[in-house]
Ligand binder design. Structure first.
Ligand SMILES: NC(=O)c1ccc[n+]([C@@H]2O[C@H](COP(=O)([O-])OP(=O)(O)OC[C@H]3O[C@@H](n4cnc5c(N)ncnc54)[C@H](O)[C@@H]3O)[C@@H](O)[C@H]2O)c1
Length: 342
């Protein structure tokens, strides 16, 4: 295939990273950037030698584009994603796949009808430490998974970008529950408790923290703690990690400090060297691996390791967590349909 042409829709925190990574990739061309903020989009397009297109639906469906990456805010993925699928474009959608289960199912089903590959862009599947856990399980190094413990608690400063626009379930929950399914299989039941107050005191009407109990269809069980209420300067941008206990061994990701600390007049802070570091102008880290994987999907060289079906299930479990905390009752999940390859 000649160099595939890619459009990135939404040029904020993630869209800038995706755009730079695609522009620097040897196997694809960044052709189009779209954003509802004309000034931001025009500047980004000029910098990366792409064309700026104001209308996201036009960008998603243009005849001279082969693939589309949707990086708009969480509740605005669906329209652009469906437009891209209707036009037959290979698609990547930043997490969450969509903001409701039914919207996520529409994307999954439309992709299936169109026979188009979709990458549900859960970046942790491409983070070498989290991918190593899955490889060890797949190679049967630890035997059957008995239990998991997951933790992802970000900082109040996450709201500098988010400004209370989305929920913990859709922002961090989907990351954790995608890993949970990847390691331990389908979730059968979800119980959750929740606290509020810290973010509210900062003027954001969102919850602080969830404690979650899970059981799995195969019989194992686990816990997750998911939040975004920590003060500034917690090493590693917050608390995060994962433990998988099998019958013959244990696997642990401990995500403390990043391993690179920059100290300026206002004190020490971590610098990202794991997710999207740029080295000599090229994006590496988990996002670099994810973008490379997506380019290979666009070129027809491989299928997405995280499908639209996976994206639907992550949203389903995350929203079940909210429902469980609302009701105080354990939520039982139905078994998902058999996995489609795309
Ligand atoms: N994988 C990760 O680690 C990770 C990290 C952060 C955010 N995200 C996800 O990435 C997505 C984007 O988040 P972000 O932090 O980049 O947000 P952001 O607010 O920084 O950027 C969103 C951009 O989309 C533009 N936009 C808004 N509505 C649009 C529309 N209808 N059409 C085109 N452009 C539009 C905005 O002008 C803005 O430039 C979210 O789904 C978020 O959850 C993923």
């Amino acid at each position: 295939m000649s160099q595939p042409r890619v459009a990135v829709i939404g040029l904020g925190f993630m869209g800038q990273r995706w755009s730079r990574a695609i522009a620097g990739h040897h196997g694809a061309e960044l052709a189009v950037i779209s954003d509802v903020r004309t000034e931001v989009g025009e500047r980004g397009a000029k910098e990366l030698d792409a064309e700026f297109v104001l209308d996201p639906l036009e960008a998603a469906s243009r005849a001279d584009v082969d693939a589309v990456v949707v990086c708009t805010p969480e509740h605005l993925h669906v329209e652009a994603a469906l437009a891209a699928l209707d036009a037959g474009k290979t698609l990547a959608v930043e997490k969450p796949l969509a903001h409701t289960v039914s919207a996520a199912e529409r994307i999954r089903d439309r992709a299936h009808q169109a026979g188009v590959a979709v990458l549900a862009a859960h970046v942790l599947r491409f983070e070498p430490r989290y991918a190593a856990v899955q490889q060890a399980i797949e190679r049967d190094e630890i035997g059957a998974v008995q239990a998991i413990r997951s933790e992802r608690i970000g900082l109040v400063a996450d709201q500098d970008i988010l400004q209370g626009r989305t929920s913990l379930a859709l922002y961090y929950g989907v990351h954790e529950f995608d890993l949970v399914r990847w390691y331990a299989g389908e979730v059968a039941t979800v119980w959750a408790a929740r606290s509020r107050g810290v973010l509210a005191a900062h003027g954001h009407d969102v919850e602080d923290l969830y404690s979650v109990g899970l059981t799995f269809a195969h019989g194992g069980h686990g816990t997750a703690m998911i939040g975004w209420s920590l003060p500034p300067r917690v090493p590693g941008f917050g608390l995060a990690g994962f433990t998988v206990i099998g019958e013959r061994g244990v696997l642990q990701v401990t995500q403390g400090a990043t391993g690179f600390i920059r100290t300026l007049a206002d004190g020490p802070s971590d610098v990202d060297v794991h997710y999207a570091p740029e080295v000599h102008g090229t994006t590496y880290g988990a996002l670099g691996i994810e973008v490379d994987h997506f380019v290979r999907c666009v070129r027809g060289e491989t299928d997405p390791v995280c499908t639209a079906g996976d994206g639907v299930e992550a949203v389903r479990i995350a929203l079940a967590m909210e429902q469980a905390a609302d009701s105080g009752a354990t939520v039982t999940l139905e078994a998902p349909p058999p996995p489609a390859t795309r």
